[in-house]
Design a protein around this ligand. Structure first.
Ligand code: DOR
Ligand code: ZN
Length: 444
């Protein structure tokens, strides 16, 4: 992933990991950041004019469902990679709830090879914690790690069995593998469809109580305290969960957490307006929960934003509410939505948002990305803060069109994505060939 030298000039660089926020030029050479300086004069380089734009370390997604192998009609590694490049993501995970489940080295290799063939963004496979994510028997995590997983998770389900989770936590600590936990006690959530509350009652749908998330989280925090092993909490959705994580961190427990754009921006009211487009797990909750999530994200209790990009087909999502699968897509809308609704509206600074979307998720995964310091990979995104569009789900690169944000106006559009010095998206268009990648930089 590299090309000749490229000079990115005239932009505002926001690189929170280096404490940089200001006008800087960047020189990219051999796929890496060669030099960052207020003004660089170079000859014989490709020039990307970033005047009026913001240059950021590429976004990193801790929580992406790519559906391949097994559910290619929902998404493939190629279509998901395109969606990532379009959204300014330079590194994404591939969650293991595929068919087969990524609980074996062969499937890990398959994912890595398909990602290399797609050749757009970095795709990091996540292995399952238990065989088939069935919660009964641990996978060969050492083997999975050797095959190339960056973390383990049974996402879609929580690991219910105490002894199994405890063993997994200890093993992960020994192997240096992050454990990503979907907190849901199924004995409480049962066949719930939407947050248990007024909307569920009004629509006559079974509720998903906040207690289902909080009960498993409490149990998990107890095991973290017992073992001293680290745990990452996926898609936090309730005020109670934020409080549990805040107090765990105050006690010094090694816990990290993520929140999705949809939980930060919507409440269960959205189910009335958008039906199955607003059906996901955990469910959209109340305005008070949303407020607590925003506060938690601002004060760092919640470390990272993660999309939980969960593509499903139109046919599946147009089934009745009870039959339709849980999940919404997120890669192509995450940054503009949060920039528009959290940064432009003054709830958080752009430095805070960038931290939560790039260096913080990189740190959860223990990967050396999320900064544009000299010597690092040239994985970056250029944003036009004033460019505006109306989200049109029919124009997503993703095969999944299941977004509750269709029709919303957003600012802050990604206009160029670079991975390892190679332009993979320019002017909103994902590059398809090496030649295009070579020249794309001029068309912002
Ligand atoms: O809404 C969700 N969709 N939540 C999950 O935990 C899994 C995901 C999926 O894979 O569709
Ligand atoms: Zn989940």
């Amino acid at each position: 992933m590299q090309s000749g030298k490229t000079l990115i000039t005239g932009g505002i660089l926001v690189d929170p990991a280096q404490g940089r926020h200001g006008r800087f030029d960047l020189l990219v050479a051999a796929g890496k950041i060669a030099c960052v300086s207020p003004r660089l004069e170079c000859s014989n380089v490709r020039v990307i004019d970033a005047a009026g734009k913001i240059v950021l370390p590429g976004f990193i997604d801790l929580h992406t469902h790519l559906r391949e192998p097994g559910f290619e009609y929902k998404e493939t590694i190629l279509t998901g990679s395109r969606a990532a490049a379009a959204g300014g993501f330079t590194g994404i995970t591939a969650l293991p709830n595929t068919r087969p489940v990524t609980d074996n080295a062969d499937t890990v290799s398959f994912v890595r090879e398909a990602a290399a063939r797609a050749g757009l963004v970095r795709v990091w496979p996540v292995g399952a914690i238990t065989l088939g994510s069935a919660g009964r028997e641990l996978t060969d995590m050492a083997g999975l790690k050797k095959a190339g997983v960056v973390a383990v998770s049974d996402d879609g389900r929580g690991v219910a069995d105490d002894r199994i989770l405890k063993k997994a936590l200890l093993l992960c600590r020994r192997l240096g593998l992050p454990l990503l936990q979907h907190c849901e006690d199924e004995s409480i959530s049962a066949d719930g469809q939407v947050h248990q509350g007024a909307v569920a009652e009004r629509l006559g749908l079974a509720g998903l109580p906040s207690a289902a998330e909080e009960a498993m989280l409490k149990r998990d925090l107890r095991l973290v305290a017992e073992t001293g092993a680290a745990l990452h909490v996926m898609h936090v959705s309730t005020a109670g969960a934020v409080e549990l994580i805040r107090s765990a961190k105050q006690r010094g427990l090694p816990v990290t957490a993520e929140v999705t754009p949809h939980h930060l921006l919507l409440t269960d009211d959205a189910v009335i307006a958008y039906g199955t487009m607003a059906k996901m797990k955990p469910p959209l909750r109340t305005a008070a929960d949303r407020e607590a999530l925003r506060k938690g994200l601002v004060d760092g209790t919640v470390d990272a934003v993660a999309t939980d990009h969960a593509p499903h087909s139109e046919e599946e999502k147009s089934a009745g509410f009870r039959e339709a699968p849980f999940g919404v897509v997120g890669l192509e809308t995450a940054f503009p939505l949060l920039f528009t609704n959290l940064v432009r509206s003054g709830i958080m600074t752009i430095d805070q948002l960038v931290t939560r979307m790039s260096p913080a998720p990189a740190r959860v995964l223990g990967l050396p990305y999320g900064t544009l310091a000299p010597g690092r990979e040239a994985d970056l995104v250029i944003i036009d803060p004033d460019a505006r569009k109306t989200i049109d789900r029919h124009r997503f690169y993703s095969r999944g069109k299941n977004s509750p944000f269709h029709g919303l106006e957003v600012y802050g559009l990604p206009v160029l994505t670079m991975v390892g010095g190679r332009v993979v998206m320019a002017g909103g268009r994902v590059t398809e060939t090496d030649e295009e990648a070579e020249y794309a930089g001029w068309r912002l």
